[in-house]
Design a protein around this ligand. Sequence first.
Ligand code: CP
Length: 336
Amino acid sequence: MSLTGKHILSSDLFTRDDLERLFELADVLTPVARGRKVTRVLEGAVMASLFFEASTRTRLSCESAFLRLGGGVTTTTGVELLSIAKGESLADTSRVVSGYCDLVVMRHPDEAAVHEFADATHVPVVNGGNGAGEHPTQALLDMFTMHREFHRLGRDIDGARIAMVGDLRHGRTVHSLIKLLSRYDKLTLVCVSPDSLGMPAPLLELAASRGHHVEVSDRPEAGLRDADLVYATRLQTERFADLPVPYSDEFRIDRALVDRVCRPDTVIMHPLPRDSRPAANDLGTDLNTDPRLAIFRQTDAGIPIRMALFASVLGVADAIRPSLRPATWYRPDFTG
Ligand code: CP
């Protein structure tokens, strides 16, 4: 399916063919993302990034991706710096901004806002995270990372055992991710969380309806055992109206747990940020030197896959290969 001109609000949109085309284009664009090659296929195009909620990775990597394609970026963060603070509606803001740019990336704490915004605009809108709803570009980079990691290890995603662990109720990245995983074949999907933070039932049902074996567990020790891939998530404290629910130590994904229950070739991912406060029981920093930890390969993958998405949505995907030329500036090479 052509992605040209489409709003990217949910990962529902992507077929497996779309994913494979985007991965192929992202591979071509990786030297551009790493400052080795240059393209100007989006010269003259403008992206507006509207972030009504905190972000490091999504905002900066979307902006870098657009700039690396030769486009320009206009950006604003926080409601207080927009005329919404003076009572302007989201619909009016949307119509106005669509006159200033060719594509919008938007993050908002309210799940419905990105849909309201997209209904009122004339340009494609990319959902950069809507409350506890979805985060489709994160899921694209997660699948692209998984595709690369499994290829490196000589394995297929089809048939894999994948454990998602943590706050699966409020974590928007896993909501988008399980939809993309469901496009593959014969997976075992293990959803590991405290009972009150479980994966929403409709998403479990979707995966089961597509022929996957779905397991639900509140025991990380058992749920992570023998996984091909562990996808850890942070407790989304910003989504709780009251105090955070207790989150026991057994949910800390650290070296001791990984060594006890995972294999030497298990891939460990996390969308980040990880909560580094001691009580958070998030992904441990003692895994930082463990080659199984793919989190920075994952963040690096965010640039080429978002470039591939923007090029596809703005109809220049086929122009990329002939446009590439060498970069001339110095940049050290590194990869997580
Ligand atoms: N993974 C992710 O969405 O990170 P940010 O909140 O920093 O954008």
